[in-house]
Design a protein around this ligand. Structure first.
Ligand code: FAD
Length: 468
């Protein structure tokens, strides 16, 4: 099939960054083409955020029945029947449905979808090969090719015994013993899913805490809760080698001076992602990348080539879907001359959807202490003191709000517990509005809700907590 033509804007990649940028550009009156080699929606809709959340919902249901059901007279003592293949089928159907949704948004916004692999052939031209062939010319180009799983040298992913998240999202097998390498968001979410569906799971993490980089207190509670769920967590443990043996895998690890081997039926490698910046013709257009292959951009997502922008995972951390979308919208608005606020990565929430859920925004307590010293205001509220959490039987975790000393403006929030990923949005809006803890504290929150924990944390930061 031949495809192509001349456009105001061409977007390479239809993930959450690219498809959102394309729609915003169409709204602003541009003639837009999107070049996509796979299914619209990118990693997020097809192999990331969405299908994994479908599986997590199932895992949570299993845990609720097993661990919390008794509280409400719902007994799983007679056993419950688990069919993980059905959960995978639901997860794949969900991804399909949402990907088709993106295609219909393209039609609605009169965006040309060019199906094929794109490669820059200059500062205003993309050559397309594969499913369709042709040339797309455009006044401006937004690069949004995202990232893919990174595996260490020597590790061969076969989709059967050694998997990344990509293979795991299609694999219907729950192995008796799973080793997850990496306690970042992806590793934690899969560890939880597999454990709830019956695998004996061990998580290995090189850093001294789960969720490296996150607030230490959050990570500690998460670790404690994972151990309670009988998920083994080995911190400060470096993965060294994988060996296939007798249909399984032997995982060589090192903790300090001590070497050990773990036996597993499957290994999930979740230790990072690499930008898809090779083979997209960056050199043909003269676009520069950093040492790790991320495309270099300025605060307006412009690359060093005037007509070319880069957004999302391709343009660096944090590798999150909502960061990609926000950058897509911002880049297109700026190139269209729309006035808008600058991007602020500190105000991008991070969420992990295992149970307990984890969510945070802004500075960690350690970072905030470094900036504000002992004057930092910290308000904390445990879910054991939340009426709604106690009623629901989900009392693990806390909400913590950090505020700077002068005006008590919120500079960070950290929540672990049921509903954390929804709760964090309130603080996101608060930080956009430069809200203070006094303002959150004096905003009536419906009772009983989990969101009261934020109000109580804000009250505690003001030195006048009521319920704790
Ligand atoms: P991508 O989503 O990677 O999309 C890039 C697109 O470009 C792809 O469709 C690809 O096919 C296409 N492409 C690449 N090269 C070419 C080419 N040469 N020609 C044509 N097309 C090309 N983030 C969250 O915010 N929340 C979550 O809960 C979450 N969960 C995740 C769970 C997992 C298991 C994984 C792996 C990731 C998760 N992420 C999550 C991260 C999120 O998926 C990414 O940050 C997000 O997809 C990045 O969006 P993007 O638009 O930059 O790139």
């Amino acid at each position: 099939m031949t495809a192509g033509g001349s456009f105001d804007l061409a977007v390479l990649g239809a993930g959450p960054g690219g498809y959102t940028a394309a729609i915003r550009a169409a709204q602003l009156g541009h003639r837009v083409a999107v070049i996509e080699q796979d299914r619209p929606g990118g990693v997020c809709l097809n192999w990331g955020c969405i299908p994994s959340k479908a599986l997590l919902t199932g895992a949570e249901l299993v845990e609720n029945l097993r661990a919390h059901g008794e509280l409400f007279g719902v007994s799983a003592a007679g056993g419950i029947t688990l069919d993980y293949a059905k959960a995978i089928a639901h997860s794949r159907r969900t991804a399909d449905r949402l990907s088709k949704g993106v295609e219909s948004l393209f039609r609605k916004n009169k965006i040309t979808l060019v199906r094929g692999r794109g490669r820059l052939a200059g500062s205003n031209r993309i050559d397309v090969s594969g499913e369709s062939q042709g040339v797309v010319e455009a006044g401006r180009i937004v690069l949004a090719t995202g990232s893919s799983e990174w595996t260490p040298p020597g590790v061969q992913v076969d989709g059967k015994t050694i998997l990344t998240s990509r293979e795991a999202l299609e694999s219907t097998r729950i192995p008796p013993r799973l080793v997850v390498i990496g306690a970042g968001a992806v590793g934690i979410e899969f560890a939880y899913v597999y454990a709830m569906y019956g695998a004996q799971v061990t998580v290995i993490e090189m850093a001294e805490q789960m969720l490296p980089g996150a607030d230490g207190e959050l990570a500690q509670v998460l670790e404690r809760e994972f151990r309670r769920k009988k998920i083994e967590v080995r911190l400060g443990t470096r993965f060294e080698e994988l060996k296939r043996v007798n249909g399984g895998v032997r995982v060589a690890v090192r903790q300090g001076e001590q070497a050990a081997e773990l036996e597993a039926d499957q290994v999930l490698v979740a230790i990072g992602r690499r930008p898809l910046s090779k083979e997209i013709g960056l050199e043909a257009a003269g676009v520069e990348v950093d040492a790790r292959g991320f495309v270099g951009v300025d605060e307006r997502r412009r690359t060093n080539v005037a007509s070319i922008y880069a957004i999302g995972d391709l343009a660096g951390a944090p590798l999150l879907a909502h960061k990609a979308s926000e950058e897509g919208i911002a880049a297109v608005e700026w190139l269209s001359g729309v006035e808008r606020p600058p991007l602020d990565h500190l105000k991008i929430p991070a969420c992990i959807y295992a149970q307990p859920q984890v969510a945070w925004i802004g500075l960690t307590e350690a970072q905030a202490r470094e900036r504000y010293g002992d004057e930092l205001r910290v308000g904390k509220f445990p879910f054991t003191a939340s009426g709604k959490a106690v009623a629901a039987g989900h009392t693990a975790g806390f909400a913590k709000i950090l505020a700077e000393p002068r005006y008590h403006e919120i500079v960070g929030a950290h929540v672990i517990g049921a509903g954390a990923t929804e709760l964090i949005a309130e603080i996101g809006l608060g930080m956009t509005l430069e809200s203070t803890t006094a303002e959150v504290a004096t905003t009536p929150h419906a009772h009983p809700t989990l969101s009261e924990a934020l109000m109580e944390a804000a009250l505690a930061a003001e030195g006048r907590g009521i319920n704790f």
